[in-house]
Every structure is written in structure tokens, then in C-alpha cells.
Design a protein around this ligand. Sequence first.
Ligand SMILES: [Zn+2]
Length: 234
Amino acid sequence: MVWKWLACLGLMLTMGWAYPVQAPSFPMEGGLLAGRTVIIDPGHGGFDPGARGIRATEDRINLEVALALKAWFQRAGARVRLSWSNPHDIPRHKKFRVSQRVEWINRTHGDVLIDIHCNSGYRAYRGPQTFYWGGAGSYHLAHDIQEELQYWTHTRRGVTRINQYVLRYAKMPAVNVELGFISNPRDEALLMTTQYQRDIAWYIFVGTERWFLKGRWPEKDLQTPPPTHLLVRD
Ligand SMILES: [Zn+2]
């Protein structure tokens, strides 16, 4: 068996596989998403803080992650627009209604919509989850993002279809990423840290970036699941 191993090593050396590869500091540098417009909608705001934990309110976490996500997309060359980017964008006495959000979203003619929320439920529930309403583009985007989030958190919440106004009426592929359960003390503590906010933004970005690359296929090819070799992780 030794000769087989040596032959294999020889082949690897010939092919250059045995040499260390210099990993770039940011794999998407170079405008991979140039020409793309990404719409990010941090949920709630104004007098509607969204779900509450013991210490945190949802709208502030949604906004922090949206801003981190914006930064990643911009580094990849995409144009990014946020439905709101500063707590003062929405007066405290006012609610940013979903119908207004959708009107604004559809005026942007973006390539994709990422809605950001925090989940709330039974105290034991935890982990991020991605939702979509319909369409092959949204379906695949939700799966590409959720796969990254599962890989990172080792949680097993799946993609779920949901009848949510913004997702239903957005005229572009759209998903809602629930960052974690603000009702779970462990998730809430994580959601409040800058590290978790930055990391989850990274994995949402990576999932979306993968989807964008696959989206170069004709729409008819998106009707079937993507080739499995693209989903293999080591
Ligand atoms: Zn929410």
C-alpha cells in the first residue's frame, strides 16, 4: 500500500496541492457582487421595539446586525440600502408600518431583500431560523442562508414557509432571518454581543453570496434543487 500512498503524494506535488495556499483576508474582495443591489430591512423601530427579552429589545439588535451585514456586502462591491439605519429615522411616536416598508422596498428595484428579526417563543427554543414566502429564488436563498447558520451555530432549525406581509408583497427574492430567540436567556445574551452580531452577519452574507453566484443560472434551473456538490462542506 506504501507505493500507492507515494504515488498519490507524487501526484499531489505535481499538481501543486501540497503547497500551502495563502488565504486572502477577505474572500469576496474584488467586487464579486458589483452591480447587485441588496435591500436590508431591520424589523420594527419607532414606538414598536418588537420582541423583548429580559434586557434587550429586538429593534436595536436587528439594526446592529443590519449595519454589520451592510458592511460585508459593501466590501464585496454590492450597493446596499437599508429601510432605516438610525433609531432617529423613525420618530419614537411612530410605527414603521409593513405596508410603508413594502412600498419603499419595491421602489428600490433591489435584487434581493433580507429582512432581519429576532424570534420569540417558548423559553427553551433557541437558534436562528430563516423564513420565506414563495418563489424559487426565495426558497433557495433561505436554504443557502440557513445552511450557513446551522453550520456555524450547530443548531438544527430548518427553513420554514411563512405568510408574512413584507415577504409576500416584495417584488424580489425575499427572506426573513430570525437571528435567534430573544426569549431564551442564552440566545439573548449572545444576541447582545458585538461578536455574535458581526458573526451572524458574516454567515448571512456568505449564504447570500453563494446564492447570488448560483443565481447566474437561468431561472428554470432554480426550479430544481441545486447540484449537491455545491452544498458539500468538510
Ligand atoms: Zn420581529
